[in-house]
Design a binder for this molecule. Structure first.
Ligand code: PNS
Length: 165
């Protein structure tokens, strides 16, 4: 496995400014970055996977992120199977708080056990510390303005796509 190739996995339902910040930081650290939309069976989805892919691609393009970034999805097996398919040696996760550390640590240990793959935790800018996809889903679903929390393409889509106006 190649430690210059990394995967940033997540539900991205929807992508937030915090996600984009982690993607930008990771893209600067690795030669090739795979941003991977993974179905999380533990969460009730708002957006279909294809829509999340489109929004991620548009957001990454608009943010003018330097580096080789590939957007893909994975729903047929373990995350580490995808990592092995693309020869990635690193998983990257954003950590906002101790709650994220507690949530991510068991997954990192399991992924290392499964495939001897390392997980690297990156700290997003503190301005994104309180942003989560679940809050964005709730605010958007109730008709609130989510534009301070998400990339412009996501805000545009949620304004029309979810609220239907
Ligand atoms: O954005 P999320 O929902 O916190 O991301 C969690 C995700 C999708 C990365 C995690 O659920 C995952 O890795 N799922 C893939 C299935 C898998 O490989 N599970 C075993 C290792 S945790």
């Amino acid at each position: 496995m190649n430690n210059r190739i990394a995967v940033v996995p997540g539900s991205f339902d929807p992508p937030t400014l915090g996600h984009l910040d982690v993607i930008r930081r990771a893209a600067a650290l690795y030669d090739e970055l795979h941003v991977l939309v993974v179905h999380n069976p533990g969460k009730k989805a708002m957006l279909p996977i294809a829509q999340r892919l489109t929004l991620l691609e548009q957001s990454i393009a608009e943010a003018d992120i330097a580096g080789r970034v590939i957007v893909a999805s994975w729903s047929v097996g373990l995350l580490v199977d995808y990592a092995q398919d693309v020869d990635a040696g690193v998983l990257v996760k954003g950590i906002r708080s101790q709650i994220d550390v507690a949530y991510e640590t068991p997954m990192a240990i399991v992924n290392r056990h499964l495939a001897d793959i390392e997980t690297v935790f990156l700290l997003p800018d503190p301005s994104h510390a309180l942003v989560s996809s679940s809050l964005v889903r709730q605010v958007a679903g109730l008709g609130g303005d989510v534009s301070p929390f998400v990339p412009a393409p996501v805000a545009r889509f949620l304004d029309t796509g979810v609220r239907g106006n």
